[in-house]
Design a protein around this ligand. Sequence first.
Ligand SMILES: CC(C)(COP(=O)(O)OP(=O)(O)OC[C@H]1O[C@@H](n2cnc3c(N)ncnc32)[C@H](O)[C@@H]1OP(=O)(O)O)[C@@H](O)C(=O)NCCC(=O)NCCS
Length: 139
Amino acid sequence: MSLVQIEQIFPSLTWRIRHEVMYPELPFDSVKLPDDFDGLHFGLYADHKLTGVVSLFQKGDVYQFRKLAILADVQKSGYGSQLMNYILDFCKIQKASKLWCNARVNAKEFYYKFGFHETEKTFFKDGYDFVVMERDLQL
Ligand SMILES: CC(C)(COP(=O)(O)OP(=O)(O)OC[C@H]1O[C@@H](n2cnc3c(N)ncnc32)[C@H](O)[C@@H]1OP(=O)(O)O)[C@@H](O)C(=O)NCCC(=O)NCCS
């Protein structure tokens, strides 16, 4: 069992893991989002090593998360779930009405586990099929 800590991090700290895990075939700069400096970014440290990242963007009381990524060699160890639960709690504390994401179709089942459902919005980008998934947060 490793020691897990989740904390807010600078935008630039997300880029290496985003690139390595999600878009290794694209140039490094392509993982930098134009609105990164308007977002909130969280890092999961396992035994003090940055192991996973996720970014949150707010519009009114609606939040979008982007670029959830866990280092490949420790995927399926529960870290993605811990980050997901962390941002769900964060959004609830902020009294968000909704959390949504552009989900890679091959990660859909992961998001079902956290109460997200598919919308009818789908698209293809950078070699991947995406579907917009969302979850209402207010009862
Ligand atoms: C998707 C991702 C964030 C999940 O994080 P993780 O730490 O590997 O996931 P967890 O170990 O917390 O998995 C929790 C559960 O979801 C399942 N799961 C994880 N990734 C999955 C996937 N891609 N598809 C379907 N199920 C998945 C696990 O098997 C586990 O199931 P269980 O509870 O029945 O055992 C991570 O695998 C990742 O970074 N993948 C590559 C990048 C990516 O696809 N990001 C999402 C883009 S939308």
